[in-house]
Design a protein around this ligand. Structure first.
Ligand SMILES: C[S@@+](CC[C@H](N)C(=O)[O-])C[C@H]1O[C@@H](n2cnc3c(N)ncnc32)[C@H](O)[C@@H]1O
Length: 293
């Protein structure tokens, strides 16, 4: 198969592909993108109702294996000096066995999640925090990636987590992976004031950011502020950003409006997500948003 068979939209600086991320990535040219910024579907969180979707695997390990396979394919497409940033949240095994019952935490959750059934022990014990993000990161290390940070996204306005026997969950992760010791990192673009403003220092690894509030139809959009450091640190001017789970195209739009001359490649399985991405990206190009760097 050729990549153009998956092509959904192309303009002078954007290409959107419709298909399974691992499959499409295998068709993209080697070492052709400068950075990858993405948020895959979380484990057991949503049913996008599309064939081949990631996220509803019966066992958490199958989910991790699929994600690692996607990024294994992405490794070939990323330049050796490039960075991969992955936003991921964790999940509890529930084992309530009442998939049709009311879920007090997410009233709009109306599908049979893998973690609502009984599962193989010891991992899939009821109430177990699965540690999906770190299992994923360790599997990525085993596949040859170098982990530079497990940045914590502290959600300053979290969805209420009505529990009485543990702390409320208010954070997710943004992993920074690279392929070699030396890589492109635009320190000046992301460094923060130090020593009363006379000096600069690296951005901290805990990011205080509200969840996204927007007008989009897509249900799992990440906030622009979450991808500020990834994009500004890792995308050089005139470079190419790839998002293999691009959804409504947030990362592509942010790159184009904040880094001069940037190009974007997006992949998603969902037709409705790609239609929204195409509409918003086309509008952003037409409005010719001023570049902030
Ligand atoms: C968390 S959302 C990404 C949202 C995006 N960051 C945004 O701001 O709009 C994950 C996306 O992955 C897509 N997806 C699920 N399985 C996929 C697969 N196997 N290959 C490509 N995309 C997939 C879903 O359709 C969904 O749009």
């Amino acid at each position: 198969m050729k990549k153009d068979e998956f092509l959904f939209f192309r303009s002078s600086n954007i290409a959107l592909y419709r298909g399974d991320a691992a499959q499409v990535l295998k068709l993209l040219p080697k070492a052709s993108v400068d950075c990858i910024v993405t948020s895959p579907p979380y484990y057991g969180q949503r049913d996008y109702k599309i064939k081949d979707q990631i996220g509803l695997e019966v066992h958490p390990q199958e989910y991790i294996d699929r994600l690692v396979a996607v990024f294994h394919a992405a490794k070939r497409v990323l330049k050796p000096s490039g960075s991969l940033w992955v936003n991921l949240g964790d999940t509890y095994w529930s084992g309530k066995g009442k998939p049709g019952g009311e879920d007090k935490k997410q009233k709009n959750r109306r599908f049979l999640r893998p973690q609502d059934k009984s599962g193989p022990r010891p991992l899939c014990a009821p109430k177990q925090l699965l540690l999906i993000p770190h299992r994923f990161a360790i599997a990525m290390q085993d596949d040859g990636w170098i982990v530079r940070n497990d940045n914590v996204w502290y959600k300053v306005n979290p969805t209420p987590d009505p529990v009485e026997d543990r702390s409320a969950s208010v954070h997710e992760y943004v992993f920074h992976f690279v392929l070699q010791r030396r890589y492109h990192y635009h320190y000046k673009a992301v460094s923060v004031p130090s020593n009363g403003g006379n000096m600069k220092k690296a951005p901290p690894s805990v990011w205080h950011i509200p969840t996204a509030t927007n007008f989009k139809k897509h249900v799992a959009v990440f906030p622009e502020e979450l991808i500020r450091v990834p994009v500004l640190a890792s995308l050089p001017q005139n470079g190419t950003l790839l998002d293999p789970f691009c959804g409504s195209g947030t990362a592509l739009e942010y790159a184009m409006s904040h880094v001069k001359g940037s190009k974007g490649i997006g992949i998603d399985l969902s037709l409705s997500a790609l239609k929204e991405a195409r509409k918003l990206l086309t509008l952003a190009i037409e409005n010719n948003k001023p570049l902030k760097s």
